[in-house]
Write a protein that binds this ligand. Structure first.
Ligand SMILES: Cc1cc2nc3c(=O)[nH]c(=O)nc-3n(C[C@H](O)[C@H](O)[C@H](O)COP(=O)(O)OP(=O)(O)OC[C@H]3O[C@@H](n4cnc5c(N)ncnc54)[C@H](O)[C@@H]3O)c2cc1C
Ligand code: FES
Length: 344
């Protein structure tokens, strides 16, 4: 795992609960990334190591600095640490950029839609800048859900882009909290739901020639995907990014608390994995510093090999057809039987 140390040279308060950290590129080996990818930050907080991915809000070729934008999650360890404690001139260890939520160009496309809510705007903002800059003909539509204007991340930067690309950048705000002074034709009141998404899509006569990038809570993803299905947009033109692993309690019915034998860096551990915790979570809780990043079954950093016993992967955000039968992603792996042995 390649890591770099980056220095923070600017911190910008975007909204009351959101900050953007700007990092200087390393002097010798510049970090290369694609719009829509993420940077994984490594922290030590109260003696324990925490690793969290944050999408780039900067875009390669356009923004000189590497930027990520972080929203405070209630009781979240790292997001609160970043928003409250991190300072200009701090050095932060990061992994090399990862992620497949990137722009897939296609000659038949006329329009690109980006659907985002809250901090989900982060990779979308990087993609918007990149698509507008690298193409001269594509129409870019941003469907953006926020609480209100005060909590709209990148409000001014988005307006700036609108003034530059007024002929092909189209913005629609959705606010769940509309004040009298905020009332304006650019704002639709309420969440982005299936009905509202269908209405927006029906306004475009060539919707079959559009691709779609979705980032936000599960409800947004499901509503937009259903609306796209009804509008005849094929699945291969729909892309989504998930910030969080969604666990369905029904998948856990036959999962048992078990002791799992883990071989890591030539050491053997007997790990108590209580029902509901993944093998990665159980290892981290006992301070075994396994490698990981996304915790959503997407990046493979936590890949291990099952030597004995049976396990199940639960909550993978995307289907993984690239894993061999004995391979498993420990962030999503739960014990099914006794006598499990895993190496990583
Ligand atoms: C690929 C990827 C890209 C990401 N990009 C961004 C980004 O650009 N900006 C950003 O702010 N975050 C982003 N995240 C989320 C981020 O990595 C952390 O998960 C988030 O900051 C919470 O970490 P924490 O340590 O504060 O919370 P934890 O201490 O890990 O969790 C505390 C509680 O919050 C819940 N929780 C965890 N994550 C979220 C979440 N995202 N929303 C709501 N509840 C949550 C947990 O279930 C838990 O109950 C991204 C995640 C992924 C997988
Ligand atoms: S940490 Fe990314 S797949 Fe497990």
């Amino acid at each position: 795992m390649t890591t770099y140390t980056l220095k923070i040279i600017r911190i910008k308060q975007e909204t009351p609960n959101v900050v953007t950290l700007s990092f200087k590129q390393p002097a010798l080996k510049k970090i290369k990334y694609l719009a829509g990818q993420y940077l994984t930050l490594i922290f030590r907080i109260n003696g324990r190591r925490y690793i969290r991915p944050y999408s780039f809000s900067s875009a390669p070729g356009i923004d000189e600095l590497l930027e990520i934008t972080v929203k405070r999650v209630p009781n979240g360890i790292v997001s609160n640490h970043i928003v409250d404690m991190v300072k200009v001139n701090d050095s932060i260890e990061v992994m090399e950029p990862m992620g497949d939520f990137i722009f897939q160009n296609n000659e038949t496309l006329t329009d690109v839609y980006l659907w985002g809510v809250g901090s989900g705007i982060t990779p979308l903002f990087s993609l918007i800048k990149y698509i507008l800059w690298s193409n001269t003909f594509l129409k870019v539509h941003l469907m953006y859900g926020s609480k209100n204007y005060e909590n709209t991340i990148f409000k001014n930067q988005i307006e700036h882009l609108l003034s530059i690309y007024s002929d092909r950048f189209i913005l629609q705000h959705f606010h769940t909290e509309v004040y009298v002074g905020d009332k304006n034709p650019d704002v639709i009141e309420g969440r982005i739901d299936q009905v509202k998404a269908l209405k927006m899509l029906s306004e475009n006569p060539v919707i079959g020639k559009s691709s779609h990038y979705i980032c936000g809570p599960l409800g947004l993803k499901e509503s937009v995907k259903q609306a796209l299905d009804h509008s005849g947009v094929v699945k291969s033109l729909i892309f989504s990014e998930d910030f969080e692993l969604i666990k369905n309690p029904a998948d856990f019915v036959d999962i048992q608390s078990q002791t799992v034998r883990l071989n890591f860096q030539n050491q053997e551990y007997n790990l108590e994995v209580v029902k509901g915790k993944s093998i990665l979570e159980a290892a981290l809780d006992t301070n075994i510093e396994l490698p990981y990043s996304c915790q959503t079954g997407n990046c493979s950093t936590c890949k291990g090999k099952i030597v004995e016993g049976k396990t199940r992967m639960i909550g993978l955000v995307k289907e993984r057809t690239d894993l061999q039968e004995t391979e498993t992603l420990l962030c999503c792996t739960y014990p099914l039987t006794e006598n499990i042995i895993i190496t990583i």
